[in-house]
Write a protein that binds this ligand. Structure first.
Ligand code: C5P
Length: 252
């Protein structure tokens, strides 16, 4: 029986870890396929961003989808409504299950993105609010009042009202967004590392369990898994920690 990519993406998977999305911030198809093979059935969701898409093109996304993987296409769209809609449709045709749009592009763009995703049942539109590398002190130079929290809240409400399925937000942001927004909204949280990773360059970071406790529905993890000496073990550890945090949140 031949199933469309959309139908395949809707099928229940045998053993799914889709809460931890592995960021494929890599340059080559070989590296990606090696990692995907190493992680095997343990990893069912991957994020493909501008680096890999530019280096290897959409055929790699098709390959991942053909292997039954969920692909979060991190396009970070910020364009006029018709161009964003066309980008979202293209992502849907590739079989992506998540695509990102900048909320600061405005409600017409967000509505166009949501509308364009409709024919692809599994495709979720995630809105980006304020990129996580910006702090309060950076906002005035782009003409915004110096409160990341205020901007995030305003743009998150805009995205939710436009019908977006979720948000990309740091763990700290997830804490207040989860309480302020509809419960069904996805909150996908990057900036995740293990407690003992020793990485210090990121200020807004959290562990997988912390993110889940604060309300994240998914976490995105790149280097903490991809660069680990044993990526499979790192993924299992992240998945277990996320699940423990999620349970704690449900029981609290
Ligand atoms: O830091 P890590 O390697 O886990 O990053 C994986 C992905 O998460 C990156 O592709 C980037 O898009 C996103 N990220 C982010 N904010 C951070 C750190 C990472 O949006 N503070």
């Amino acid at each position: 029986m031949h199933l469309t990519k959309e139908a395949r993406a809707q099928l229940p998977q045998p053993h799914m870890n889709t809460s931890v999305i592995v960021a494929l911030d890599l340059d080559s198809r070989e590296e990606v396929l090696h990692l995907v093979q190493t992680l095997g059935q343990e990893a069912m969701a991957y994020k493909v961003g501008l680096q890999l898409l530019t280096a290897e093109g959409p055929s790699l996304v098709r390959e991942l989808v053909a292997q039954g993987k969920q692909v979060f296409l991190d396009l970070k769209l910020h364009e006029i409504p018709s161009s964003v809609a066309a980008g979202v449709s293209a992502a849907g045709r590739l079989g992506a299950t998540m695509v990102t749009v900048h909320a600061s592009a405005g409600s017409a763009v967000l509505r166009a993105a949501v509308e364009a995703a409709k024919p692809f049942g599994a495709l979720k539109v995630l809105a980006l609010t304020v990129i996580t590398s910006l702090g309060d002190e950076d906002l005035p130079e782009i003409g915004l009042a110096p409160s990341v929290k205020e901007q995030v809240m305003r743009l998150a409400h805009l995205a939710a009202n436009a019908g977006c399925h979720g948000l990309v937000a740091s763990a700290q942001e997830a804490a207040y967004l989860r309480d302020a927004l509809p419960a069904e909204l996805l909150i996908v949280t990057p900036g995740i590392q293990f407690q003992d990773s020793g990485r210090t360059e990121q200020t807004r970071v959290a562990t997988p369990d912390m993110a889940a406790r604060l309300g994240a529905s998914h976490v995105v993890m790149g280097r903490a898994i991809v660069k680990a000496s044993n990526p499979g073990l790192a993924l299992s550890r992240a998945a277990m920690a996320f699940e423990a945090g999620r349970r704690e949140r449900v029981l609290a």
